[in-house]
Design a protein around this ligand. Structure first.
Ligand code: A3P
Length: 252
């Protein structure tokens, strides 16, 4: 009753509004110089969006304050004018759990124990973490794909931002890069109304339950996973990710 339901398209559970706008996704045609950000939910989408915009605007903070991040980098299904990163599955699951607690247009996640099973089964909005990560990892060398890890950006933001800059064909000098590192830190983005989702109504995102900019760390899963859950997770992870060479850090 009253609970938001996911709706499936080709077997992938999706948020209802995404299904309503499905034709936008199907009819989307990339232009040669388009840059698409293809993150799994809760893997640092907002972070990389802000980094890309900062690079695009040559580090001009005021230009990046022109609009909220959802408008500067619209989701394809909500495409409005004008206009892959990956995170380890354990931290992603934790972040997604807290996000579903506070997101009133996604189903209630239930207890942590229940959500653990839902996440592993892949029956979460926008589908399975494993399929997303394996899919992009498998094709990354065949296309112009820059595969980024949340954990890497966390450990050495300047180095990773430089990679994004090169991928975008830009050449910004050291001082601009340093400024972008500062401006895209968790602390800054948590305070920034253009990135922290504070303008989204409480009926959609209730930040009193859990802030959108929640912790921004690597390893918070240790505060959630029991020893038994961790063993079960690792076993299933091995099965699902068998044959892939991808390697995630789960702590720094
Ligand atoms: P936590 O819930 O673990 O804090 P998305 O934008 O894909 O929804 O991802 C949200 C996650 O990225 C949240 O993780 C959020 O705190 C984190 N995040 C956002 N901006 C960040 C930044 N500048 N540095 C580190 N983590 C950031």
């Amino acid at each position: 009753e009253g609970q938001p339901q996911l709706r499936e398209v080709s077997g992938i559970p999706l948020q209802a509004s995404t299904v309503d706008n499905w034709s936008q996704i199907q009819n989307f045609e990339a232009k040669p110089d388009d840059l698409l950000i293809c993150t799994y939910p809760k893997s640092g989408t907002t972070w990389i969006q802000e980094i890309v915009d900062m690079i695009e605007q040559n580090g001009d903070v005021e230009k990046c304050q022109r609009a909220i991040i959802q408008h500067r980098h619209p989701f394809i299904e909500w495409a409005r004018p004008p206009q892959p990163s990956a995170r380890n599955a354990k931290d992603c699951m934790v972040s997604y759990y807290h996000f579903q607690r506070m997101n009133k247009i996604l189903p209630d996640p239930g207890t942590w124990e229940e959500y653990f099973e839902t996440f592993i089964s892949g029956k979460v909005a926008w589908g399975s973490w494993y399929d997303h990560v394996k899919g992009w990892w498998d094709i990354k060398d065949r296309y112009q794909v820059l595969f980024l890890f949340y954990e890497d950006i966390k450990r050495d933001p300047k180095h990773e931002i430089q990679k994004v800059m090169q991928f975008m064909g830009k050449n910004l000098d050291e001082t601009v890069l340093d400024k972008i590192v500062q401006e895209t830190s968790f602390e800054k983005m948590k305070e920034n109304p253009m990135t922290n989702r504070s303008t989204v109504p409480k009926s959609i995102l209730d930040q009193s339950i859990s802030p959108f900019m929640r912790k921004g760390t690597v390893g918070d899963w240790k505060n959630h996973f029991t020893v038994a859950q961790n063993e079960r997770f690792d076993e299933i992870y091995r099965q699902k990710m068998e044959g892939t060479s991808i390697n995630f850090f789960t702590e720094l």
